[in-house]
Design a protein around this ligand. Structure first.
Ligand code: SF4
Ligand code: SF4
Length: 154
């Protein structure tokens, strides 16, 4: 009898509608991206950056090649020349293929000078594979986002 009355009086439909209305006018659960930045986990690993010394502007990379050795995807290439006077290696180029990166963080873990770092930038989408290969300039200065795109590192 109760079940019959529930069906006649459309109780379940009204209960469903009430629930829908309650959520429609209450808290918004959808991320309002890109208007609002998504809150990332503290240890999130995103776009790579090759850090420079903030005082001298010189690269922190000492061309030791440890990051390239540690990378399970073998996607980092460090090129350098040896300074004839100081006998130190001088970085000439650094490439990082973001299309193959697992964002495992091994490269930044092994880096003795904190030169390579995975930042919190997650906006890596692009229209072609070629632009996923980042060179030294791009790694140092941040993603060159012309056409109104933001620059990820400050
Ligand atoms: S995050 Fe992992 S996969 Fe990506 S470059 Fe570093 S070591 Fe390689
Ligand atoms: S481990 Fe660090 S210092 Fe060594 S080559 Fe890689 S980025 Fe440069």
């Amino acid at each position: 009898m109760i079940g019959f009355l529930r069906r006649i009086l459309l109780i379940d439909i009204f209960k469903g509608l009430a629930l829908t209305l309650r959520y429609t006018y209450s808290k918004v659960y959808t991320e309002q991206y890109p208007r609002e930045k998504v809150k990332l986990a503290e240890r999130y690993r995103g776009a790579p950056r090759l850090n420079n010394d903030p005082e001298t502007g010189e690269t922190l990379c000492i061309s030791c090649d440890l990051c390239a050795e540690a990378c399970p995807e073998d996607l980092i290439v460090v090129s350098s020349v040896r300074d004839p006077e100081s006998r130190k290696k001088v970085l000439t180029e650094y490439t990082f293929d973001t299309s193959r990166c697992l964002f495992c963080g091994l490269c930044q873990e092994v880096c003795p000078t904190n030169a390579i770092e995975l930042t919190q930038d997650f906006e890596l989408a692009t229209y072609d594979r070629k632009s996923m290969l980042w060179n030294r300039a791009r790694l140092e200065k941040g993603w060159d986002r012309i056409e109104g795109h933001k620059v990820y590192h400050k």
